[in-house]
Design a protein around this ligand. Structure first.
Ligand code: NDP
Length: 317
C-alpha cells in the first residue's frame, strides 16, 4: 500500500517512515526542502528507502501544496507542524502553519478518493490546558480538550496552535466525512534518527549539558518508537477511532534529573528549579485507549537512556 507522511524529516515522522518502510509500505514523504541533505539523507538511508521512499516538496502554508504527495495514497500521516517555544509572532510562526496547514492537508485528502484514513499528530498540549484541576488522583483521558482561552491567557502559544489545529481537523473531518484519528503524545523522547536537534530532545540535552537549573514543570513522557507504532496501528486497525493520549509516565523535571543522576552518576545535572512557583501538578493519564491498539509502553528509564545515548552518538552531548 501507498501512504503519505507530511513533515517526514522531523523527529517523530522519521520514525514513522522507518517503521512503515520496515512493514513494506511505499511512502510518499513530504519535506519543505528536498535539496537539504540534513532533512533527507537519514530518510534515504533507511532500509527499503531506495525502492519505496519518494520525496515531495510541500509547505504547510501553500494552498494545494500536498496534492501531489497525497494523490493515490491509502493513508495519510499528518505530522508537520512547528514545535518550538521561542517565537516572536505566534500567529505567523505557530498558529497559521499548524491550523491552516492541517486544513490544507485535509483538503488534499478529501479531494483524493484513494485516501481511506488520516492520522494527525496532535499533542497532549491539545488535551490538558483547560480550567480543570490536575492532582495526583485525577485521571486525564481522551474526553479532555484544551481551552484556547486558557492557552491565550498563559501565552502558551504552541499549546494554542495544537489545540486550534486539532479542533479545526475534527470540524473538517465531520463536515467532509474524512475518517480521522488523532494521536496525542506528551513530551516525546527516545533515539533520534535525524541529524538535527528537535525541541523535546533539546529539553533532555539541557538537563545534561551543565545547566544550573531545570524547568519547574511537570510533563508527561513517551518514547518516540511507541508514538510511531501508535500512528501506524491507528491507521491499520479498522476499529481505531477518535483520539489517543500517549503518556507513559508523568514526572516533574526534578524527578527526571534524579533518574538521570542514578543512570549517569558522572553527569552534572542541574540542582535547582528555574523558579520557585508552587503548585506544579502531578496527574495520571488513562492508558486504556493506547492499550486498545495492542501496544505497551517502553518504560521511562529505558527511554531516557536511549535519548542520552543518541544525543551522545550524534555529538550533541
Ligand atoms: P520536528 O521539529 O522534528 O518536526 C516538525 C516537522 O514539521 C518538521 O519536519 C518541519 O519541517 C515541519 N514543518 C514545520 N513547519 C512547516 C511548514 N511551514 N511547512 C512544512 N513543514 C513544516 O518535531 P517533532 O517530530 O517533535 O514534531 C512532529 C509533530 O509532533 C508536530 O505536529 C508536533 O506538534 C507533534 N508533537 C511533538 C511532541 C514532542 O515532544 N516532540 C509531543 C506532541 C506532539 P522542517 O524540517 O523543514 O523544519
Amino acid at each position: 500500500k501507498v501512504v503519505c507522511v507530511t513533515g517526514a524529516s522531523g523527529y517523530i515522522a522519521s520514525w514513522i517512515v522507518k517503521l512503515l518502510l520496515q512493514r513494506g509500505y511505499t511512502v510518499k514523504a513530504s519535506v519543505r526542502d528536498p535539496d537539504d541533505p540534513k532533512k533527507t539523507k537519514h530518510l534515504q538511508r533507511l532500509h527499503g528507502a531506495s525502492e519505496r521512499l519518494q520525496l515531495f516538496k510541500a509547505d504547510l502554508l501553500q494552498e494545494g501544496s500536498f496534492d501531489v504527495a497525497i494523490h493515490g495514497c491509502d493513508g495519510v500521516f499528518h505530522t508537520a507542524s512547528p514545535f518550538y517555544h521561542a517565537v516572536k509572532d505566534p500567529q505567523v510562526e505557530l498558529i497559521d502553519p499548524a491550523m491552516k496547514g492541517t486544513l490544507n492537508v485535509l483538503k488534499s485528502c478529501s479531494k483524493s478518493s484513494s485516501v481511506k484514513r488520516v492520522v494527525v499528530t496532535s499533542s497532549m498540549a491539545a488535551v490538558v490546558y483547560n480550567e480543570r484541576s490536575r492532582t495526583p488522583d485525577v485521571v486525564v483521558d481522551e474526553t479532555w480538550f484544551s481551552n484556547p482561552d486558557v492557552c491565550r491567557a498563559n501565552k502558551a502559544w504552541y499549546m494554542l496552535s495544537k489545540t486550534l489545529a486539532e479542533e479545526a481537523a475534527w470540524n473538517f473531518a465531520k463536515d467532509h466525512a474524512v475518517d480521522l484519528v488523532s494521536i496525542n503524545p506528551a513530551m516525546v523522547i527516545g533515539p533520534l534518527l535525524q541529524p538535527t536537534l528537535n525541541t523535546s530532545a533539546e529539553l533532555i540535552l539541557n538537563l545534561i549539558n551543565g545547566s544550573s537549573t531545570f524547568p519547574n514543570a511537570t510533563f508527561g513522557w513517551v518514547n518516540v518508537k511507541d508514538v510511531a507504532e501508535a500512528h501506524i496501528k491507528a491507521y491499520e486497525l479498522p476499529s481505531a477511532s477518535g483520539r489517543y493520549c500517549l503518556v507513559e509516565s508523568v514526572l516533574h523535571c526534578s524527578e527526571v534529573v534524579k533518574i538521570i543522576k542514578d543512570l549517569y552518576p558522572a553527569v552534572a545535572v542541574p540542582g535547582k528549579p528555574a523558579d520557585d512557583n508552587p503548585n506544579v501538578p502531578l496527574y495520571q493519564v488513562s492508558r486504556e485507549k493506547y492499550k486498545s491498539l495492542g501496544l505497551d509502553y517502553i518504560p521511562f528509564e529505558v527511554s531516557i537512556k536511549e535519548t542520552i545515548e543518541s544525543l551522545k552518538e550524534k555529538g550533541f552531548a
